[in-house]
Design a protein around this ligand. Structure first.
Ligand SMILES: [Zn+2]
Length: 305
């Protein structure tokens, strides 16, 4: 039987994947359209992206289900396809691994709004949406669930509970931090710092604590986040920083940190204790290929006498 993800990374750090959203755009998805629906309408395009990540060395693939909760899908009138879209996301990622024994991580992103009393959504609606999505991902065979790009502990908690109730073999909580204006530190948009987030995720039964996306969170800031997580938990840490800062060029959002620039941060991240390293917005199969080379070299050197 395959090892659980949390057991596999106790033995050796693993490589995650890179961005899905920006890759879907390159494959023809128009800004504002529903990328998750492609799991049903254009599965071959999603598969082609994920195969490139596997060829680049990814040990873990996140399913193309970031906006796959009923609440998010409802904006595109696809709410009734929620279960089918999530199940297809798991199948496609599994197919991308081919004969390889990789880990399929079911991706749950934010529900995209605010809960009462600040917003229009009831806690019950969010619970039901995450429960449905987590169950669809687990039933389709996901090896783990990641609740990612989270900024509030309330929403994160609903996601973590949904993953546990769905019977996920491994649960990952992932926060999006923003560097403060004066550059001195970073916290989530809702004011949560990494020490508190790690402690909270451990209390709520996460198996892996993670960070992804955010503003100003480059490889060096990700390294600092790993160290700060380890102040309040011994749980393994996963890091998926963006490929630099988004810039608007010709009315298109671009991320301009090259694979050669980003790869400089891989060994420092490993030395800080990160056990899964991938990329978020703007990262590509070329970034992951570089990460793979750096990680393999580092691990081979460590094994020398
Ligand atoms: Zn991102």
């Amino acid at each position: 039987m395959k090892k659980r993800l949390q057991d596999a990374i106790a033995e050796r750090p693993l490589l995650g994947d890179g961005a899905m959203g920006t890759q879907l755009m390159i494959a023809g998805l128009e800004q504002g359209n529903c990328g998750e629906a492609w799991n049903l309408t254009h599965p071959e395009r999603v598969l082609a992206i994920q195969r490139r990540y596997v060829e680049a060395g990814s040990d873990c693939l996140l399913t193309n289900t970031f906006g796959g909760s009923r609440i998010m899908l409802n904006r595109h009138s696809h709410a009734d396809a929620a279960v089918a879209i999530n199940a297809a996301g798991v199948r496609i990622a599994r197919e991308a691994f081919g004969d390889r024994d990789g880990y399929v991580i079911g991706d749950i992103g934010p529900f995209g709004g605010l809960m009462e009393p600040y917003g229009d959504f009831t806690e019950e609606q969010v619970k039901a949406a995450f429960r449905e999505q987590a169950q669809a991902l687990v039933d389709a065979g996901a090896d783990a669930i990641i609740i990612e790009t989270q900024t509030s502990l309330e929403e994160l908690e609903i996601g973590l509970i949904a993953a546990r109730e769905a019977g996920a073999p491994c649960i990952i909580g992932s926060m999006a931090y923003d560097v403060t204006l004066d550059g001195s530190t970073f916290r989530t948009m809702m004011g949560v710092d990494p020490e508190r987030a790690a402690e909270f995720m451990q209390e709520r039964g996460a198996d892996i604590v993670a960070l992804n996306c955010g503003t100003g969170m480059d490889m060096e800031r990700a390294r600092q986040a790993v160290i700060r997580y380890h102040r309040s938990t011994q749980l393994p840490v996963m890091a998926q920083p963006n490929a630099g800062q988004p810039k608007l060029v010709d009315m298109k959002v671009v991320y301009d940190e090259t694979p050669a620039q980003m790869v400089e941060g891989v060994v420092p991240l490993l030395e800080a204790g990160a056990r899964i390293i991938g990329g978020c917005c703007g990262s590509t199969p070329d970034h992951i290929r570089k990460f793979c080379e750096a990680m393999n070299l580092h691990l081979a050197e460590k094994r020398l006498p």
